[in-house]
Design a protein around this ligand. Structure first.
Ligand SMILES: [Ca+2]
Ligand SMILES: [Ca+2]
Length: 581
């Protein structure tokens, strides 16, 4: 009976492909794909050994059941370009999407995302949590939780009632989420990733008539680092060890561009507030919480009907600095920021790899997250998407020690700046021509920059000859896509004084009212300084800084309201005054 049925499926497939001229693969042979992303997770997981105190039993267990890539790098060290590259298969230097401020659908209106590609090839595609940069892209999915029409990928999440909790505001330049602390709550009360893992678990426990592509976006350890108390209890403050990659004089041998990229105000502020160890504790606790959520998902898969025919992939979008090179956060080309966890587990009888992956495999070849698209389609027996920029990892899944001539490139936010990882060496190039070179075999934390050493000239040239040569133009976001500043209606004739603090960027004033208005910058003493008029229906692009206050008046200089500039470029919309009864 079984054999008859298999034969009849095959003959129908042959018949269909004869009639329609398409590659019809019998549905039953396609594996499911469970696609797990963990946001802002660096190599501080047990199996990568990035921090001696971390506890990630679930991710380690997953790694032990598949292949762990120990030299995997992000395509860009920021959420938006990294995730866009993964989901479209397109590299920033070809797509033009390089940084977080750009909008994926403005830069790439027609790009087909991974879930859409799978559903167009017979799959049911669904997701939950953060997969793209703070939006869902509803048309790319069959189903999402929360509902895709909301375009909000986050279920309800518990936050402290008053903030900040532990890190006082350093100034208007500071990202509002940089803070940490334990929550007196259960995982269930916390919601967020717990609800994501619950929903994903429910999907995994079902038998479906179609194979699935299921994306699980775990948000922690993205800031803010608030997670239930029990995860903080795992890492008592008195025992916290500093990042092993930290070296106080590490910047001395960097070129000017590297010296500028390293130190930032976050790290200086955290040290000044005596919060470094508390912050490390918050990051460790958030990772262990994320690990527990991954564990719930893996358990649901292993308990359910899809265990033996589901490819599992786990990745993080980029690494994170916690003081290494005097840096906090992301956006650098150093290994602390580019290296990511990447685990792939392939069951037997998968079309692209019938023998499956060998449990416990470790691969030290340089690989890139751009490879996920072609790897997953090849594993599933789907046709290659023709414009992918990455190479398939199938040879390495088959044999982690296979010959591998590829390098792995990570693109920074400005076109022409990038880092390249090889097996044992790393090269960094900044758009001004500055270079760094590291022997990561003997110097994994990149303490000794060898770019100036004549003995390594050949190695330097080797990287230069493999570097990308052309860079797509960076496409700026439309004014209307920028964050909106809050409009404070004038209560009297004035506005508060500016407290400018941070690097300059543009704000676009958009006058939607029917009258001309005047723009004034409030100086540090609270005195308005004229910056010209904005005619009705027109706009004005103005360079400014975090904490600046901009007053809007009518043509007789009667105050209408003001804007306070935040930590990023924004639009400031001047609306018609609401009619009073
Ligand atoms: Ca991220
Ligand atoms: Ca150094």
């Amino acid at each position: 009976m079984q054999i008859d049925r298999a034969i009849s499926i095959v003959s129908i497939a042959i018949l269909l492909s004869a009639v329609f001229g398409t590659d019809v693969v019998a549905e039953e042979s396609k594996p499911n794909v469970l696609f797990i992303s963990v946001d802002d997770l660096n190599d501080w997981i047990g199996c990568l050994g990035g921090h001696p105190q971390i506890k990630t039993p679930n991710i380690d267990r997953l790694a032990a059941s598949g292949i762990l890539f120990t030299n995997a790098h992000c395509t860009a060290p920021a959420c938006n370009p990294s995730r866009t590259a993964i989901m479209t298969g397109l590299s920033p230097h070809r797509s033009g999407l390089y940084d977080n401020r750009q909008k994926m659908r403005e830069v790439l209106p027609d790009a087909e995302l991974l879930p859409k590609y799978f559903s167009r090839h017979g799959y049911w595609s669904a997701g939950s949590g953060k997969i793209l940069h703070y939006f869902i892209d509803a048309p790319s999915w069959d189903t999402y939780f929360p509902a895709k029409k909301t375009e909000n990928p986050f279920p309800r999440t518990l936050y402290p009632k008053t903030r900040p909790v532990n890190l006082p505001r350093g100034g208007p330049w500071q990202y509002v989420e940089t803070d940490w602390g334990e929550l007196d709550a259960t995982d269930e009360e916390f919601g967020g990733d717990w609800l994501v893992s619950k929903w994903i678990g429910e999907q995994l426990s079902e038998e479906r008539d179609k194979p699935f592509f299921l994306a699980c976006g775990i948000y922690r350890p993205h800031e803010p680092w608030f997670v239930p108390q029990k995860y903080f209890d795992e890492f008592p403050l008195k025992d916290i060890q500093l990042p092993p990659g930290y070296k106080s004089d590490d910047l001395d041998d960097l070129p000017p561009a590297g010296k500028r990229r390293g130190p930032n105000r976050y790290f200086a502020h955290i040290q000044k507030q005596n919060q470094w160890k508390q912050a490390i504790q918050g990051y460790l606790a958030s990772i262990t919480f994320a690990d527990a959520m991954v564990g719930r998902v893996i358990d649901a898969l292993d308990r359910g009907p899809n265990r033996d025919n589901t490819v599992v992939v786990l990745w993080s979008d980029h690494g994170w600095h916690l003081g290494e090179k005097q840096h906090w956060q992301k956006y650098t080309a150093w290994r602390a920021c580019t290296r990511v966890p990447l685990i792939i587990r392939v069951p037997k009888n998968t079309p692209g790899l019938s023998e499956g992956t060998k449990p416990g495999g470790r691969c030290s070849k340089p690989v890139n997250l751009l490879s996920l698209f072609p790897t997953l389609t090849q594993l599933s027996g789907l046709p290659d998407k023709s414009d992918n920029d990455g190479v398939s990892l199938l040879p390495l899944l088959r044999n982690p020690q296979a010959e591998w001539s590829h390098m792995s490139t990570t693109f920074l936010g400005d076109p022409g700046s990038y880092g390249i990882s090889d097996e044992g060496w790393r090269y960094i190039h900044y758009s001004n021509g500055d270079e760094e070179l590291y022997d990561t075999q003997s110097d994994p934390y990149e303490w000794a920059n060898l770019a100036a050493s004549p003995t390594h000239a050949a190695m330097l040239n080797r990287f230069r000859s493999r570097a990308p040569q052309t860079f797509a133009r960076k496409i700026p976001p439309r004014d209307e896509s920028l964050t909106k500043l809050k409009w404070h209606v004038a209560k009297d004739s004035s506005a508060p004084a500016s407290k400018p603090d941070g690097n300059p960027f543009d704000v676009v004033f958009i006058n939607r009212s029917k009258s001309n208005v005047e723009l004034f910058w409030m100086d540090r003493q609270g005195k308005p300084k004229p910056y010209g008029g904005i005619a009705a229906g027109s706009r004005k692009r103005q360079q400014t800084r975090p904490g600046a206050v901009w007053l809007i008046t009518d043509e007789s200089q009667k105050a209408l309201g003001h804007f306070v500039v935040g930590d990023r470029t924004a639009q400031a919309v001047i609306s018609p005054p609401s009619k009073k009864p």
